[in-house]
Design a protein around this ligand. Sequence first.
Ligand code: PLP
Length: 397
Amino acid sequence: MVSEEMYALGTKKSTIRTIFEYGQKRAGEVGAENVFDFSLGNPNVPAPDFIRAAAVDILLHSDPMEVHGYTIAPGKPQVREILAADLKKRFGMEITGNNLFLTAGAAASVTITLKALAEPGDRFVVIAPFFPEYRVFVEACGGQLDVVPAKTDDFQIDLAALEEQLTPQTKAVIVNAPNNPSGAVYSVETLMQLAALLHAKEHAYGHPIFIIADEPYREIVYDGITVPCIPLLYENTIICYSYSKSFSLPGERIGYILVPDSVADFARVYGAVAGAARVLTHVNAPSLWQLVAARCAGRAADLSTYARNAALLYDGLLAAGFSCVRPQGAFYLFPQALEPDDEAFCERARMHDLLLVPGTDFGCPGYFRAAYCVRTEMIVRALPHFQKLAEEYRGTT
Ligand code: PLP
């Protein structure tokens, strides 16, 4: 009567969602201040005032037909021109509005891109640890997901392991940096080696292999690090961007797909993106937020809270005896669990009201994710609980 596949997807909750709901229930029992929920990647920095002021001003003073009417499928041409000019200024990419397709956030951008590229039998590579929804997105477009573990000493791409997974059926490699959940930003050296490897394979297989660069955390970086602009290093790159994290607007659903002219057969790829957006009914991204994005192009939110939280949690966990690669961006730590079974570890942490997500969920067993887009004072209060948990494992309590 219904699609079993869709029913399963719609009714089986993700581990992250299940942990979050447990946290809400537990808060009702022991008080919210006694539950340390590090499960969700929901920005806790409020959307900046300049965004809210722009939205209010547009709502109050712009032509309602302009604000609330249908836009053309890829988004308002003048908005795309402004965003393209800003990207050109920031990254030196030679693009215009015709290279952009506005979307309802990064999930929509990635889904549309996959649907646009996927032909029967195609395979898509992800680097583990990876955002768990990639599996859903890839399988929904009929693709096959291939998982390549990252180097766990720095979570950079393991190019030898990647090479082993590449086949003539490989259509694209999904690259997410700053990474959810490891916090890694792929270095220029890593990306240049990746580009050289993909060029060699393109040559050997006789067809393009795309990089799908999923970059919703592009502006959330620490210690002066910048995220390399991948299309400048590898021409067959499609960028999937979102304002959900950088402007703290996850509920508004706004982002874009950037298909540079350098992409092989640009017109056909952009045309397929438009077709996929049509099939998935992802045309006409929210019109008000298109206008807000254009009005605020080039502005930056104050994201220093994340850097403070990262340092506090990272130093606190290290002092408690955890090992962890220092995050370079995004708002997650991905430390090693204190026993090989990361799910058992997270269960045990839950006994201390520490809500953490097992690394298995991200294709990387033996680790856990702690999202630090939370109130700083919660981290301060949680640290003694991490300490106790670690002592318990050492058998010192
Ligand atoms: N990609 C990654 C790596 C994410 O972490 C997320 C959200 O957490 C998304 C995509 C989805 O972002 P959006 O809310 O813009 O759809």
